[in-house]
Write a protein that binds this ligand. Structure first.
Ligand code: F6P
Length: 319
């Protein structure tokens, strides 16, 4: 193995830079030529890449976003796009590629590995929607961002005696809502994995109000549907002023938490080690406090289990 490329693809996630740093420095420590591919598979198709040396990744550990930039490339998923990418891989004599991203990026990585390119995936997404790993890089930082916002919204909720719906990201996965709702002490958590009852939410809100509670936070996962409609319905049914805050892209930015920096570093190192061991078509993960690796096929097939215990715990604790 002489040359390895690294790219970040799909939605960015805090900690991607820590993972890039780990991949590049592990490669260089093993006398590998490291190539940084810009804008994910889009850059791979267009040969938009550069050599990365030790200073290329200096001072990025704490930075949000991804220094390699990212993109969602439709073209790569076409036959022609894959052909162009394989040509660039050939021209630059790349012996392996590390793909940092979520499930869409892993599908791209799988295509590359099926085409004979040694490829390893590192899970980086705020959604935590990959079943084979307990955590994806960026998830816990996004939870911290959402919890910080929920705390601020609770302040103004109390001042005005309002209810507040807070919409968080997560695509079809409720983990971001569940974790931030539990840590933020939300009165209700609404996730795509569980049915919810508006009447129950309204009764809880009114019960709290009768006890003298001034705030009420409902964390709503974007994958559920229309948060604005729910906000209006709650206000109509309870007569209590109810406001909606969509947290949006602040959840994707910012400096990664220590947890995510360590996770990204451990997984980035392991990804390069796997390539050096001659492995391909695998994704690195983190299960029961251990760095693991599974086939990309497996990690895309496994169905994510929802943490019912945590959800039920929140229902008991948030009255
Ligand atoms: O996958 C990460 C994520 O932030 C999701 O939570 C969200 O649904 C989506 O990306 C937004 O995608 P885009 O950046 O294309 O708007």
């Amino acid at each position: 193995m002489k040359t390895i490329g690294v790219l970040t693809s799909g939605g960015d996630a805090p900690g991607m830079n820590a993972a890039i740093r780990a991949v590049v420095r592990t490669g260089i420590a093993n006398n590998i030529r490291m190539l940084g591919i810009r804008q994910g598979f889009h850059g791979l198709i267009n040969g938009d890449l550069d050599d990365m040396e030790i200073p290329s990744v200096a001072d990025i550990l704490h930075r949000g976003g991804t220094v390699l930039r990212t993109a969602r490339s439709e073209e790569f998923m076409s036959e022609d796009g894959l052909k162009k990418a394989l040509n660039v891989i050939d021209v630059y004599n790349m012996d392996g590629i590390v793909v940092l991203g979520g499930d869409g990026s892993f599908r791209g990585a799988l295509e590359l590995s099926k085409a004979g390119v040694k490829t390893i995936g590192v899970p980086c997404t705020i959604d935590n929607d990959l079943a084979y790993t307990d955590y994806t890089v960026g998830f816990m930082t996004a939870v911290e961002t959402a919890v910080d916002a929920i705390g601020k919204i609770r302040d103004t909720s109390s001042s005005h005696g309002r209810a507040n719906v807070v919409e968080v990201m997560g695509r079809h996965c409720g983990d971001l809502a569940l974790y931030s709702g539990v840590a933020g002490g939300a009165e209700s958590i609404i996730v795509p994995e569980m049915d919810f009852d508006v009447e129950e939410i309204c009764q809880k809100l009114l019960r709290g109000r009768n006890r003298g509670k001034l705030h009420h936070i409902i964390v709503f996962a974007e994958g559920v549907g229309n948060a604005y409609e729910l906000t209006k319905e709650i206000e109509e049914k309870t007569g209590i002023e109810t406001r909606l805050t969509v947290l949006g892209y602040i959840q994707r930015g910012g400096s990664a938490s220590s947890f995510d920096r360590i996770l990204a570093s451990r997984m980035g190192v392991r990804a390069v080690e796997l390539l050096l061991e001659g492995k391909s078509g695998r994704a690195v993960g983190f299960k029961c406090n251990e760095v693991i690796d599974v086939t990309l096929d497996d990690c895309l097939l496994q169905e994510k289990a929802f943490e019912h215990n945590l959800y039920e715990m929140a229902r008991v604790l948030s009255v």
